[in-house]
Design a protein around this ligand. Sequence first.
Ligand code: SF4
Ligand code: SF4
Length: 460
Amino acid sequence: MKKQYPILSFIILLCFLASSFLYHGIQAADQASEGTLSKNVDIAQAGQQKQIREIFPQAHSIHINRKDRIHYIIYDKQSMFLGIAFYTKDIAPDIYGYGGHVNLLVGITAQGTLTSIKLINHLETPAYVEGKLLPFLQQFSGRSIQDKIVLDQNVNAITHATVSSTAVVNALNQSIAKMSTLRVVQEKLIPPRSSFPAKDIILTLLLFMLAIISVLTSQPILRWFTLLSSLLYLGILKGSMISASNIAVLFSGRWPLFQTNPHWYLLTFFSILCAPYFGMVFCGYLCPFAGTQEILHALTKKIRKQRTDTISPAIENKARFIKYAVLMIAVSAGILTGHPNIAIIEPFITLFTFNGSHAAWILLGLMLLLSMIYYRFWCRFFCPVGAFLGLIAQKSLWGITLKKYPCSYCLKCEQICPTRAINFQNKDHLRVDTPECVLCLECVNNCPDRTLGVRRYGKK
Ligand code: SF4
Ligand code: SF4
């Protein structure tokens, strides 16, 4: 297997790069053809421009897009995108007030907040709304488009004009929801800045540090403590796990905004950067999916006859390739379609998010059952993330090796290794299949001569 890793890495890398080039090529062609659809995008009429300038005072050029829902795209003097504007009558034509439409001109800034709202016309009973409609509308200015407007909860209704107030709120909520699905909104609007998750960053860094200390000190208790802490924190509390979609995002080149996703960056890059140094440290110590499988396997130890499983080495050697195929297919599909989430195929995500289709729940049940019988069944044969990290870890600097010579050559390590990652070529030559070794330390702690340990390879 060891000789095949470089070839596998090359094929998989080639596949991801080809998918990425293809995707970006299709996008470029799409944009070019959009550019030729000038009949759909042109300069807004003078009357509309005047109204829009009242809500976007810095507007310089205003283009109308008639192709999707009619909306206006606004740029400043330096051609910087300022936001979009639309009339609620165009976007939510089914919503009526007491006397008919309440037509509003609404702007959404590049930061994803509402501008001031301009009342264009209405047919409400003047006695009810006279002098009250404009102050009512002022409440919406500056709100994030991600916050749903709820009458009498986060905005006050106009007294004695509930129907009119409801019409305005419904027109706004419905229009914003529809406009939020537009490509221009999804791609150009800067998501509202969320507070920096310093606590999450610190705790995740501590988990990584703990994992490295556990590897270097070869303490099984510390390994279990790290694995369980990670299961509790990353899995149960945060629901932040690494999936094949992280890899698809990396290769698609459409990385999320750092300011709003620092935790994503930390998890993804630390797991990847640790692999060339400490091998499968993420899989062995931090992955919540692995924690779940190991707990189940340990809990059912008493009712199983054998300590590990009964898959024959010949089958296991071939079955290991499945995960590389899964990696290639899932990630390429995520890149090619431009929807990295398609690559989320890990059944354990259903467990931690409590969200999934019937098929996902069935697959999860099956994997949980199989992991009771076979040690880390998902990891060993199907996990695309494990496959990816394994390819990076194939020549890791640290790993299981002979600390001293000679060993008594009892081959206990070979028998005890739950992933069949270790074997002796001859008395002096120990071979560890790094991508398969999850650094569980079973071999180290069961070696009667204490000759095995985690060390820097090549160090005498
Ligand atoms: S192989 Fe996959 S599921 Fe298993 S520990 Fe690694 S990332 Fe987690
Ligand atoms: S028992 Fe196997 S998987 Fe565990 S540390 Fe040793 S070689 Fe690695």
